[in-house]
Design a protein around this ligand. Structure first.
Ligand SMILES: [Zn+2]
Ligand SMILES: [Zn+2]
Length: 265
């Protein structure tokens, strides 16, 4: 199974200062086969700016791709905040540029976000989590411009609750519907290893959910660290690969111009 890091942020994202060249060097040092940069663009983040200078970002990654072409495969992607209030803008942006890969993530729901906690105001945990998964399902059904859904259950990172963990039994029907919709639409999910810091020995989502996705017929899967600093590039990827093999995956998925690469291995 190839080792990839398909979720990395750099100084082109509003919340990272990282030099993309350092990401590449770290990935090479760890022996990764392929990486994809996925800087942020959100249309309605209420507090911070998630604008993205796409032209400069593209030029930089193309430069690095050429510079390191004998050492590692580099792809150019984006993490787009899926938001039902900005369907037209999001589709136009994705179609305007030659992205290799698009992560669709839910960062904002109806002008409220999770990081600063506005989303959770007045909601008990169960209602907040249900609302989050239902909105995720709505986005997955209505958007076609993405390749994988980002960090499926990372809502548990946030919220004013003593126990932030997702109680899967309560929403498994919605999560299954998310998986089935993704599978039908030939989209996938990612394992986001930033979950290891929150969740113990698994990413977002955990391996029970990954197995569930696999058992329902899911094949398309990427691994990403969601690195905002170079020291996190490649973190936990060996562990993820071992788990994926045990579940039954033959390989991870990689993308070129938003199409899944034929697996030649
Ligand atoms: Zn994200
Ligand atoms: Zn991210």
């Amino acid at each position: 199974m190839r080792k990839i890091d398909y979720h990395m942020h750099t100084w082109f994202s509003g919340d990272s200062e990282a030099d993309p060249r350092e990401h590449v060097k770290q990935a090479i040092a760890l022996g990764l086969d392929e990486i994809c940069f996925t800087d942020h663009r959100d249309f309605d983040y209420p507090i911070d700016s998630f604008e993205l200078d796409i032209e400069k970002y593209y030029q930089m990654i193309m430069f690095l791709k050429e510079e390191f072409k004998d050492h590692i495969i580099i792809k150019w992607g984006i993490e787009i905040g899926l938001d039902m209030n900005y369907q037209k803008e999001i589709n136009e942006l994705i179609n305007r540029y030659p992205f290799d890969f698009v992560i669709g993530s839910i960062h904002v729901i109806n002008h409220t976000e999770f990081y600063y906690g506005d989303f959770f105001k007045g909601l008990v945990k169960e209602d907040a989590h249900r609302y989050f998964f239902e909105e995720t399902l709505r986005c997955v059904k209505n958007f076609d411009c993405f390749n994988v859904l980002g960090h499926l259950d990372y809502i548990m990172r946030y919220g004013p609750y003593e126990n932030k963990k997702v109680d899967y039994n309560k929403y498994q029907d919605i999560i299954d519907e998310i998986f089935k919709t993704l599978i039908t639409k030939e989209k996938g999910i990612e394992i986001n290893t930033s979950g290891y810091a929150v969740n113990g020995n698994c990413g977002f989502p955990n391996y029970q959910q990954i197995k569930r996705y696999y058992d329902l017929g899911g094949k398309i899967i990427t691994i990403g660290t969601d690195s905002h600093t170079s020291d996190r590039v490649g973190q936990y990827i060996n562990d993820v690969v071992e788990h994926l093999k045990k579940i039954g995956f033959k390989d991870v998925s990689t993308f070129t111009k938003r199409s899944c690469d034929l697996n030649e291995r």
